[in-house]
Ligand binder design. Structure first.
Ligand SMILES: Nc1ncnc2c1ncn2[C@@H]1O[C@H](COP(=O)(O)OP(=O)(O)O)[C@@H](O)[C@H]1O
Ligand SMILES: [Mg+2]
Length: 371
């Protein structure tokens, strides 16, 4: 839990138990700290200044989720699919796979969707089912390590804090999970970081059979999230000799992507600028100015993040922490040069920088270049 006002910090929560998820779904939005001028900063007493800086640290560490085009598109697709799956009876429900590289915002965007979905369902249908059970519209499991089928079934029971989660065979655990979801009227089952499931040559078929079993038996929209799910054969049309399980999982699964920002066309450059403008508005530094990110640092931020939102947010978060600590109260190239970013984006950086410097590439849209 975050130390401020008891707001749960999604970053610190595994969100793999229902009460954690509920706390996350019910939490009010964070309060944007007021942007003070240098003069106002000076006038703060020691205590008040410490308090203000702490609230800024918290705020900058949790700048989101921002409604990026990627997030908005993903949400539209998820609403289409889940809502069309709410039909009665035992018609098989379509499954969804959000399949993209790390750091593109899959977990963040999916959680934001699950939050909205939970809130809508509870508001419309109430906290209890007609049978008097707690209603849990969403069951969300984040996989870790090398998870087997049994661990997966157990972690679904773990979400419900089910007393029978520690005993039994894979099949028994699976049945209990199914019972739980039926009585709590779960509508969306989200499995995050599904690439952690043990897929090997032989277990690949086992995995896909298991997912197929869930998709067929559980009256839920199965929402799978992970990296390289397509490569693992989740969508392939039965590449494994004579096996149709993989093919069937593929056919009923809609694959959704999360793309990085790109600057190779005007539309991409406009989206990048919008993103930086949205970020700028959230930054709480005394010397920030319009265009600080969207004009002055547009190329620089693009080359350092290569358009990956995870890298961009890390850089901005760390930069803001440093700007508060050092008293510079502004983001510029000098300060950001001293801030470390993740390895992957550092490697891609040099090549991009060369292209940007030789003006073969720009991250800024043609129109209205100035602030
Ligand atoms: N829409 C967004 N607004 C703000 N920050 C975001 C957004 N999407 C992702 N991030 C940030 O990027 C980082 C990586 O996102 P994450 O959702 O964990 O990616 P993935 O699950 O694809 O690896 C997170 O730390 C998150 O804070
Ligand atoms: Mg993730």
């Amino acid at each position: 839990m975050s130390p401020v006002a008891g707001l749960p910090n999604p970053g610190n929560l595994a969100l793999s138990q229902k009460e954690d998820f509920k706390a996350f779904a019910d939490a009010p939005r964070r309060q944007h700290p007021e942007v003070l001028t240098r003069k106002q900063l000076k006038e703060l007493g020691t205590q008040a200044r410490a308090e203000y800086d702490r609230s800024r640290r918290e705020w900058h560490a949790n700048l989101g989720p921002i409604k990026t085009p990627q997030l908005i598109e993903l949400h539209e697709d998820l609403w289409d699919i889940t809502d069309s799956n709410l039909q009665d009876g035992d018609k098989a429900k379509g499954a969804v796979a959000v399949d993209a590289f790390p750091g593109l915002g899959k977990t963040t965007s999916v959680l934001a969707f699950l939050r909205e979905f939970h809130r809508r369902e509870i508001a419309e249908k109430g906290e209890f089912t007609d049978q008097g059970h707690e209603r849990w519209p969403v069951c969300r499991v984040g996989l870790t390590g090398n998870t087997g089928m049994k661990d997966l079934n157990r972690s679904m029971l773990e979400f419900f804090e089910h007393p029978g989660r520690s005993r039994g065979t894979t099949v028994q655990l699976g049945r209990r999970a199914l019972d739980c979801m039926l009585s709590c009227e779960v509508r969306v089952l989200a499995l995050d970081d599904l690439h952690f499931l043990k897929w090997g040559k032989t277990s690949g078929i086992e995995v896909s059979n298991h997912l197929k079993w869930i998709a067929n038996e559980f009256p839920v929209t199965l929402l799978m999230v992970g990296v390289g799910l397509a490569d693992k054969g989740l969508f392939s049309e039965g590449s494994a000799a004579g096996d149709t399980a993989l093919a069937q999982t593929g056919r009923r699964t809609t694959r959704l992507d999360m793309r990085p920002f790109t600057i190779t066309n005007e539309m991409g450059r406009r989206e990048w600028k919008q993103m930086l403008l949205a970020l700028e508005q959230r930054i709480v530094l005394a010397d920030k100015h319009p265009g600080m990110l969207a004009n002055d640092l547009s190329d620089y931020l693009f080359s350092r993040s290569t358009g990956h939102i995870g890298s961009l947010m890390t850089l901005i978060n760390r930069g803001c922490q440093r700007a508060v600590r050092s008293g510079s109260e502004c983001l510029d190239k000098d300060l950001l040069d001293r801030v470390k970013n993740d390895e992957a984006s550092e490697n891609a950086r040099r090549e991009l920088e060369a292209a940007l410097e030789s003006r073969r590439l720009t991250s800024r849209p043609r129109s209205r270049l100035s602030a």
